[in-house]
Ligand binder design. Sequence first.
Ligand SMILES: [Zn+2]
Length: 170
Amino acid sequence: MATNLPSRAFRYGTPVKNGRREGAKPLTSQVMITSNPPRPVWPAMVTGARCRCPNCQKGKLFSGFLKVSDKCAECGEDYSHQRADDAPPYFTIFIVGHIIVPLVIWAEVAFTPALWLHMAIWVPITIAMSLFFLRPIKGAIVALQWANYMHGFDPNSEPDFPMAEPILEN
Ligand SMILES: [Zn+2]
């Protein structure tokens, strides 16, 4: 049965007549296939986690604590396309929560410290760990998007979101 089906490359765009496709051409002649050079994802993410530009491994990825540079000062790679959004805090909460919560439970079971002591210990540690993880995680996320040509990192892609037109008075 399956042998009677047109192959995947011939399915689209050509009319069917008497069960056969007319003028079927290979997909490559119907669709412009553009390819970007492959960018290994894990090395890029490691470089991003070191807060370095994954393209040249030299330039700084951040212009502030969490502000991503618009362009790499070394190689000129455009990082304004990044859409890390709330992924870095999400993964930071995920990681820090999975470290802190078992420790709190262990301390409670083992020592049953007073509540104020719990607060005095875990709140500063939680804040410090969050600040420690947030920046490298954001760097890794931006590098992940860069390596996969997500959003505007693909030079052949359409813009993700059309820019809002300013509302002009008068
Ligand atoms: Zn660079």
